[in-house]
Design a protein around this ligand. Structure first.
Ligand code: G4P
Length: 530
């Protein structure tokens, strides 16, 4: 940590943990989120989200559509204090169509919890998200969930993590009980056994009996069969598995693994303790050159996400900013580096699901909601110190394209507003066709669900019924180079929100052919300045 930081900022940094949970849909992320809030003292009782029909009551899920579908398509930030540690849990959308949004959120965390379903092991969405964490070099914890159900053998699960993801998986706990009859965990470093009891619907913390393996009362806690199995497996673990090394974990090369059952709160107490001990506190922001900004005592922050109409009562756009360095204070005037404009941040919010409250200050690792007057975009930097650039935010080339039509043209004004705001948020990409007389844009998406969400939000939030006409394209690339006005190109040329040229192709094969024919142009899977 920089020496020029005040003791106050140093203290606040050291007590913060900013993290996200990455998983494949249905692995139990919503359940785990709620249980971490229970164990972190932010809620007194859980059980609101165990059934999808009741999901509307959870704090991290708030959109009507996701309540009906039972998927997490929106993301917010949850902050809670426990034992003088301040946790910022950034909720990541779970569906694969929303990966761009999720990837951006992963740029704002210092560590991640990878949640696996014990019966399914490593699933496709987990692999994608894991790769992003790996590229960023952030430390990853692993929780193997749903141990109460028939599952793969723990050794098989560890081997799968190592083989599929290429990271050393080191069990910090070991499950007790036959697969499907999960009773507790053995904590390897303290050599303590934790045996849990269920509570009704998993609403309360699970009562736990702890004991050392050699304690005389051990036989009353773990029966003979489970004890024999545990002894046998622990012998194999000690023989076969590499010891845990904190440095390798911090470099993202090794993941500590915990066995749990989130629904019954088994294995979460010792996980939270270890997480608090091992998870890194906010690191200084890295610039594009990989250096730390010189003036890290000064405030700087970056926008990682924009969300329109988060709260129907407010109907505004919120930019989510992660404080990167220094102390943030309400009414601060900061420089918006992309435009060079000075902005006074008068209404900074702390967001907790649907709830929001004005804050006076925030520290590195904290997430601040800012009302977005239309200026902020994901990836923007705000600072009071020296100018610098951070590594670019990921973008993905769209593969689905359609022209959008408004059913009732009297709603045109609201329709344009919706297009601007949902485009800015990244729900879909809005591409302009300079030759189109109607000025109706082309919507571009990476996944189908994006279009559905766009349509539904247009109706609910902007009262506009829209239809789509599918276009016969299946691939796209941003173009770097000089476009000739009469270039006779065999691809379709459109422009994105920042007026950067984008080429649309019928399919991958067509794209490869075109790319080969144009040595004067570069075709990139991301915007040229990213
Ligand atoms: P997600 O956000 O990752 O998509 O998962 P979510 O928490 O919604 O959990 C998915 C389902 O798995 C939920 O079942 C949830 O209750 C269940 N679940 C979560 N953790 C555990 C666990 O430790 N053990 C068991 N047995 N189940 C768990 P659901 O909402 O009832 O729907 P359904 O899919 O079972 O019908």
């Amino acid at each position: 940590m920089s020496e020029n930081l005040s003791p106050e900022i140093q203290q606040e940094i050291v007590r913060r943990r900013t993290f996200a949970i990455i998983s494949h849909p249905d692995a139990g992320k919503t359940t785990l989120t709620e249980k971490l809030l229970l164990y972190g003292g932010a809620i007194q009782r859980a059980g609101m989200v165990t059934q999808k029909a009741n999901r509307h009551q959870t704090v991290s899920d708030w959109m009507d559509m996701e309540q009906r579908r039972g998927i997490s398509i929106s993301s917010t930030a949850l902050q809670f204090d426990y034992n003088d540690v301040c946790y910022n849990l950034l909720d990541t959308p779970g569906h694969q169509d929303f990966s761009e949004d999720t990837y951006r959120t992963l740029l704002a965390v210092d560590s991640a919890i990878m949640l696996l379903d014990a019966a399914k092991g490593v699933e496709p969405q987990t692999i994608k998200l894991f790769k992003v964490c790996r590229e960023r070099g952030i430390p990853i914890f692993t929780i193997i969930n749903k141990m109460d159900r028939p599952s793969l053998n723990p050794f098989e699960l560890l081997e799968e993590v190592e083989k599929v993801l290429g990271i050393l998986a080191i069990p910090m706990t070991w499950p007790i009980g036959e697969p499907g009859d999960f009773k507790g965990v053995y904590e390897r470093d303290t050599r303590q056994v934790h045996m849990y009891q269920r509570t009704s619907g998993g609403q309360w913390k699970a009562p736990v009996a702890t004991s050392g393996l050699e304690d005389p009362n051990m036989a009353s806690i773990v029966d003979e069969h489970d004890r024999n199995l545990l002894d046998e497996e622990l012998e194999m673990v000690d023989e076969l598995i590499h010891p845990f090394e904190k440095d390798l974990f911090l470099e993202g090369e090794m993941t500590p693994v915990f066995f749990a059952c989130a629904i019954n709160n088994f294995g979460l107490d010792n996980f939270l303790d270890r997480f608090t001990e091992l998870a890194p506190h906010p690191a200084d922001l890295r610039t594009v050159k990989g250096e730390k900004p010189a003036a890290s005592a000064d405030f700087s922050g970056f926008i990682y996400k924009i969300q329109a109409n988060m709260n129907k009562a407010h109907r505004d756009r919120v930019a989510f900013m992660r404080v990167a360095t220094g102390k943030f204070e309400k009414n601060m005037t900061v420089k918006h580096l992309r435009s060079g404009k000075k902005v006074k941040l008068s209404f900074p919010y702390r967001l907790f699901g649907q709830k929001r409250e004005i804050i006076e200050e925030a520290y590195p690792g904290d997430i601040v909601g800012l009302v977005n007057p239309g200026l902020f975009r994901a990836g923007d930097l705000l600072t009071v110190g020296k100018d610098f650039q951070i590594p670019s935010f990921p973008r993905f080339p769209p593969e689905i394209f359609c022209r959008i039509r408004l059913k009732d043209m009297t709603h045109n004004k609201s329709f344009r507003k919706g297009l601007d705001q949902l485009g800015e948020e990244g729900v879909v990409q809005v591409l302009q066709d300079p030759r189109s007389h109607s000025r109706l844009p082309v919507l571009a998406a990476v996944g189908e669900l994006q279009l559905e969400v766009f349509k539904e939000r247009m109706l609910e939030e902007y009262r506009c019924e829209v239809t789509f006409d599918r276009l016969d394209y299946g691939a796209s690339r941003w173009i770097k180079g000089t476009i000739e006005p009469d270039g006779g190109y065999t691809f379709t040329l459109l422009y994105d929100e920042a007026e950067r040229p984008v080429a649309l192709f019928r399919n991958e094969w067509h794209m490869n052919q075109v790319v080969g024919n144009h040595e004067d142009l570069e075709f990139l899977p991301h915007p040229p300045d990213f």
